[in-house]
Design a protein. Structure first.
Length: 314
């Protein structure tokens, strides 16, 4: 029997440790759908582009395929709704890409291709482990434990039928846990008073990424990003070259992460005393995905041109 007591919430530091460890374990399992060749093949068959990358970089899905497949859990929604749900992407990038995407394939076909690609990739890399049914059971409990309020993508995923294949079910539940945290994180940085550009730039500094390397892939132009950096400097949140968080900036950014962790309380409570068992099962799988080179271990592995918009020319 598992315990569903709220001991995870008693010590905020312990809760943050557990919430972040869970994030790290489920991220490659859920997120393989953005990188694996199987998903690019599925999208190409539907009529989307083959993706961007190759060579020294991992391949990321065609922009329209990425946006429509990730947002499709909410239905065949317009780009403006995807902007709200995704949080940090430039509307000038998202809206036309979503409009284009829905002219290529409908939501049912896109979601089916997404599921086929993810499950095929997980099966290729991990086979069908004996522990998969138990891990799926625990992931399902975690996924069901989240809070729908204010969480677009998590709620959309919860509205979909659970796939009937072994890896399909596990992947869906892992994706629910992933998007619950993502939705929560958007709420946290909005509450902290940041705009989408500032939130992304602060995340780069927080994780030690090269400035503008990651967030340019969210469709923000060089002038957008430079203006965001100037706002953060003026607010005393960053300084230096290369950019680093000030003490005030570190405190603010850590408070955003802690706020995100706190919002995972219902998921941690749903797992109760079975938390350690779940992590013991899925962490080796996450490691195997990294080892296979199917999920990025550094920002430099992502293609620098994906999602990038240039400033308008005079």
């Amino acid at each position: 029997m598992s315990s569903t007591t709220t001991t995870h919430a008693r010590d905020p530091r312990e809760m943050s440790t557990k919430a972040r460890r869970l994030r790290n374990a489920v991220e490659p399992i859920a997120g393989i759908v953005y990188f694996a060749q199987e998903i690019h093949d599925e999208f190409t068959a539907l009529g989307f582009g083959p993706g961007v990358g190759g060579g020294e970089y991992l391949t990321l899905a065609d922009l329209s395929g990425y946006y429509c497949s990730r947002a499709g859990c909410m239905g065949q929604v317009p780009g403006e709704v995807v902007v709200a749900a995704f949080g940090v992407f430039n509307p000038k990038l998202i809206i036309p890409a979503v409009t284009r995407g829905w002219t290529i394939a409908g939501v049912d076909a896109v979601l089916a291709a997404r599921e086929r690609g993810a499950t095929a990739a997980l099966t290729r890399i991990l086979g069908t482990p004996d522990a998969l049914p138990r891990a799926t059971e625990l992931l399902a409990r975690a996924a069901a434990g989240g809070c729908e309020a204010g969480r677009f993508l998590y709620s959309g995923l919860r509205s979909l039928p659970v796939p009937t294949t072994a890896w399909g079910a596990a992947w869906r539940h892992a994706d629910c846990v992933r998007e619950h945290r993502g939705d929560s994180h958007i709420a946290s940085w909005i509450a902290a008073g940041l705009d989408p550009i500032e939130a992304g730039l602060m995340a780069e500094a927080y994780y030690g990424m090269p400035t503008k390397r990651y967030h340019s892939g969210r469709g923000w132009t060089p002038s957008d990003l430079d203006a965001g950096l100037e706002r953060l400097r003026a607010d005393g949140l960053i300084d230096g070259d290369p950019v680093a968080l000030t003490e005030r900036g570190r405190e603010l950014r850590e408070s955003i992460e802690v706020s995100t962790d706190i919002q995972q309380r219902p998921i941690l409570d749903a797992l109760g005393d079975d938390y350690d068992e779940l992590l013991s099962l899925v962490e080796p799988w996450a490691g195997a995905i990294f080892a296979a080179g199917e999920y990025p271990s550094s920002i430099e592995q992502l293609p620098p041109d994906w999602g990038r918009l240039d400033d308008p020319r005079d």
